[in-house]
Design a protein around this ligand. Structure first.
Ligand SMILES: C[S@@+](CC[C@H](N)C(=O)[O-])C[C@H]1O[C@@H](n2cnc3c(N)ncnc32)[C@H](O)[C@@H]1O
Length: 247
């Protein structure tokens, strides 16, 4: 039976102390975050060097696009650089993101996949207006989930996607929806893949999930929100192994 304490945890946001005492590593810049995830300074410098021009092109794209969502829905400055950097450094075959809105995160990931010359981005949202910054892209698969039962649709869709090299949550930030997506994505992560979430300060789901799986995350304290990530290496304390590549 669920205790009252467990129930209340689901409705309270974590404090800064929860992050400092989590055993996770705390960073405030994209470069440090990527370094903590295991990349070398020279590799990081290269991709973040490219990012300057990418950010300028994205600013032009904003100027040409009629937006549907407030700008604050988009990923923040350092997290933007992280998404571009990770998508270049990992050279992923398959990226999954949940929560598109106007498509800032999608645009950045696709800019990297385009430069890589390979890889697909599978994006999921419940709103048909999502993705205006991107429009269309040959490496993009945008799926609009049935808003009445997004979870069932999402799990069926992941079966089709197969192994995931980069996962990024940015959809519904309540405890149970976050936890649901993490549980769906984690067993499908490739060895060495990056499992990441925006808004890990919105609920305790990411902290709880990482604790239960014996993972020591890296946190990026961006201007208003916190992004978290772990590199998927080896079997976790629950005996869950990274996925054999499928799909
Ligand atoms: C914070 S915004 C995403 C911002 C986006 N990643 C960016 O950087 O521009 C959240 C989005 O999640 C979508 N959403 C809400 N619940 C969802 C769910 N259960 N599954 C997928 N998307 C969902 C909303 O429609 C909204 O577009």
């Amino acid at each position: 039976m669920r205790t009252l304490g467990t129930g209340i945890r689901r409705y309270t946001e974590p404090s800064v102390r929860d992050f400092t005492q989590s055993g996770g590593r705390l960073t405030t810049s994209a470069a440090d975050f990527l370094g903590e995830l295991g990349w070398e300074p020279a590799e990081i410098e290269l991709v973040l060097g490219e990012y300057q021009e990418v950010a300028e092109r994205l600013a032009d794209r904003y100027a040409d696009t009629q937006l549907h969502y407030p700008r604050t829905h988009g990923v923040e400055v350092e997290t933007s650089a992280v998404l571009y950097g990770l998508s270049r450094l990992l050279r992923p075959r398959s990226v999954v993101e949940t929560g598109v809105a106007d498509g800032r995160s999608s645009w950045l990931i696709l800019a990297a996949l385009e430069r890589n010359g390979s890889g697909l981005l599978h994006s999921f949202d419940i709103n048909r207006t999502a993705g205006r910054l991107v429009g269309e892209h040959p490496q993009w698969r945008l799926e609009i989930l049935d808003a009445k039962d997004p979870e069932a649709c999402f799990s069926r869709a992941l079966e089709r996607v197969g192994t995931i090299d980069l996962f990024f949550h940015d959809s519904d930030h309540l405890y149970l929806p976050q936890l649901f997506e993490y549980r769906q994505a984690w067993p499908r992560m490739a060895e060495g893949g990056v499992f990441a979430s925006d808004d890990v300060n919105s609920s305790r789901a990411f902290l709880d999930f990482c604790g239960r799986h014996g993972q020591r995350p890296v946190f990026l304290f961006d201007s208003r929100k916190i992004t978290g990530a772990v590199r998927r290496l080896g079997t976790d304390v629950r005996g869950v192994a990274p996925a054999q590549r499928v799909g």
